[in-house]
Design a protein around this ligand. Sequence first.
Ligand SMILES: [Zn+2]
Length: 370
Amino acid sequence: MQAIRFNILSVVLFALSLLSVQGEAFAAPGRAFVVVIDAGHGGNDPGAVGKRGREKNINLNVALKLGRLIQANCSDTKVVYTRKRDIFVPLHRRAEIANDAKADLFISIHTNSLASRNSRVCGTETYTLGLHRTEDNLEVAKKENSVILIEDDYRQRYAGFNPNSSESYIIFEFMQDKNMSQSVDFAKMVQRQFRQGKRIDKGVHQAGFLVLRATSMPSVLIELGYITNPSEEAYLLSENGSDNLAKCIYKAFLAYKDGYEPDNASVEGTAPAKAASSSSSRPVFKIQILTSGKLLPSGSKAFRGLSPVDHYKENGLVKYTYGADTDYNKILKLKRSKVDGKFKDAFIIAFKNGEKINVNQAVKEFKKNK
Ligand SMILES: [Zn+2]
């Protein structure tokens, strides 16, 4: 779904309000890359509360440090904050700020907690919107006011994620497929940096969050760690800890921006699978397993024994896929039986007539054709 249209009055009002609340953006010359940094919670919404600290302050501290690193080192980037102080910003407003700024990337920063207050659980996670959603599910999500996780095994996969927490209120409308894969790329880069920064990597997850307003750009929600774990809480509250976490996200940002080509959204590379030719315009589903900055030799160890592996190029990256079939269910089964054990962040994508298309749209078409 594309950006929300505002009527003229609301645009004017919003622009005016931006001047007051949001005089926090600063411009860079030329066509700047725009990153929106969203410190979760704030004001009368503390977020998760630990023994010593509050989520809202940890989030803001890391958000500001991240923003400062980007501003100091990337003259071609414009940084926009959803908040720079301890104030409450409604969630729909955060997405509005990002959409209005025509952001290229939305980074929401949060701190995790466990309702059970199991103090042993710790580590970092990055969320993007899940793929296995349909618009029907979106409607259910809206009505039920809760998180919808479509995958059968979501209870295991998302253990520790609390659908009733305020985290559920942030988020991401049904993004375009292009935004989806870029979000996953960035999310993986963030987790990689956390790993290198000696933090525990609990992986990239895809979750369907309740929608209040669309962010129509690649978006991630980062959980810096668990405030319910005393030693992680101490780390999150320390200068050293918040510096390191901000630096990790900053490095991921640099890596992401390096591979970013603003006006090159087209998909080149391999043609759709042969399976497509017999049923010409039907969508072909594939499993994306891996993204790389360069072309890997066939039979590369990186494919972990999967063969044959196909690839396509997008946004300056080479993306590797396994399997190709017009039957979505077959691909889903293949993913579960052969891929998930090797590539836990793999996801299904779709092509039609050689072009990558929105996978949700493709699934809808598949169901209709059945
Ligand atoms: Zn939060």
